[in-house]
Design a protein around this ligand. Structure first.
Ligand code: PMT
Length: 401
């Protein structure tokens, strides 16, 4: 990711709205951004690359094959340079390719390679915009964290009147600017995130555990890293790949998680405890697999340390965010945890609903602080991660005064 003047990579696809991207490029430059352009072949039928080359003073990428040789593979260097990638206008076809992860030209290859936030401003005929397949593609991309600037209503190039017109370029520029500011708001901040559930062994093959998939914590770690934070992710056993640019520590038990957290706590600015830490562990672990005939009548349990409460007790000035998995009286119980564990913010969720919380892609949460409670609608976990880190960034800012 670029440092210095933020770089916006504007991707232009083949729609009549492509001419409005000229204005967008100028607007972004006026707002202090460096702008680079990547176009599909179809887009060059509407506006020439020369126009954008002249506006930006930068080479315009179109083909994977024909450009001048670069020191680095071109789509990768573009992908890495971008602080934000914005596809304006985005056709139904390119949206479908993005949703499927297809990469068959310079624009889609760069979009797949970049870690930068993606802003998509679709423009198409009303019927295409309303089609079930297009709606699904929008949802898939939203769930992956893409920000959509919805098309407006009006007269379309095809003569129809309805939804599908490219949104006002000032609104698109605002959305891009918001993402660009976000992409740096945690630079210099060390964020420690815990994720997944701990496993407390009974014997070498059995354990006490829970259904946490790690999706929530991994999304938070990934988003924090994307916004410039130094991230340590301490995770219980989950089947997710390491997020980009994070220190990842894989542990099994609550005691191991505690040790990994405490080892990093002194250099940490923010702790987000999204892990489902087991409150109890078997008092003794059998060295060998317990045979069916030798099964004990009961397993004696011992209390695990409460990692978050221990951090709260220290009163260290580190910003502490806890989660609360509740099945009833969600807010009241979360408020009690906020106080008992002496944390700044509790993200409470109702885990009695099997469609949300543990293992799912979506969740609905309550942000509980000493100042009050904010309730969200059902959102993708990446959107929750983004929203939560907006709140963390604001809290850090208010502490600075
Ligand atoms: O991983 P996913 O599938 O995406 O699921 C997400 C989630 C449901 C696990 C997540 O949204 C969530 O609710 N995480 C917290 C689960 C939990 O342990 O809640 P709790 O109410 O029991 O604990 C309250 C807080 O204390 C939590 O921040 C927890 O990490 C912490 N804790 C709990 C016990 C313990 N021994 N030590 C702790 O630090």
């Amino acid at each position: 990711m670029a440092r210095g003047k933020p770089t916006i990579l504007v991707g232009i696809t083949g729609g009549i709205g492509a001419y409005k991207s000229c204005e967008l490029v100028r607007l972004l430059q006026k707002r202090g951004f460096r702008v680079k352009v990547v176009m599909t072949e179809a887009a060059t039928r509407f506006v020439t690359p020369l126009t954008f080359r002249t506006l930006t003073g930068e080479p315009v990428a179109v083909s994977l094959w024909a450009d001048e040789p670069e020191s680095k593979v071109h789509h990768i260097s573009l992908a890495e340079e971008a602080d934000v990638m914005a596809i304006v206008p985005c056709t139904a076809n390119v949206m479908a390719k993005l949703a499927q992860g297809r990469a068959d030209d310079m624009l889609t290859t760069t979009a797949l390679a970049t870690e930068a936030p993606l802003v998509i401003a679709p423009a198409m005929n009303t019927h295409m915009w309303r089609k079930e397949t297009t709606r699904r593609n929008v949802e898939v991309l939203r769930a992956r964290g893409a920000v959509f600037v919805e098309p407006g209503t009006g007269e379309l190039a095809c003569g129809d009147v309805g939804e599908g017109r490219l949104a006002d370029v000032r609104i698109i520029a605002n959305a891009i600017e918001t993402e660009a500011l976000r992409s740096r708001d945690l630079v210099g901040v060390h964020v420690l995130v815990t994720a997944g559930g701990t496993q407390e062994p009974i014997d070498p093959v059995r354990f006490i555990g829970n259904h946490s998939s790690g999706k929530t914590g991994f999304a938070i770690a990934e988003e924090a890293a994307r916004r410039g934070a130094r991230v340590s992710l301490i995770t219980g056993p989950v089947s997710l790949p390491d997020p980009f640019n994070c220190e990842v520590v894989r542990v099994q038990t609550a005691l191991q998680m505690r040790a990994a957290v405490l080892a990093r706590f002194d250099t940490t600015d923010v702790v987000v405890m999204s892990a489902a830490v087991a409150d109890f562990r078997p008092a003794a672990m059998s060295a060998d697999k317990i045979k069916k005939g030798d099964a004990p009548e009961a397993i004696e349990l011992e209390r695990n340390p409460d990692i978050l409460a221990e951090l709260g007790e220290r009163g260290s000035g580190v910003l502490l965010v806890g989660f609360a998995a509740e099945t009833n009286e969600v807010v009241t119980n979360a408020q009690a945890k906020l106080e008992a564990k002496r944390v700044d913010l509790i993200v409470a969720n109702d885990v009695s609903d099997p469609s949300m919380g543990f293992g799912t892609e979506h969740n609905k949460v309550y942000y509980v602080t000493a100042d009050g409670v904010d309730e969200t609608p059902v959102l993708g976990k990446r959107t929750i991660a983004r929203d939560l880190l907006d709140r963390v960034a604001a809290l850090l800012q208010s502490r600075k005064g």
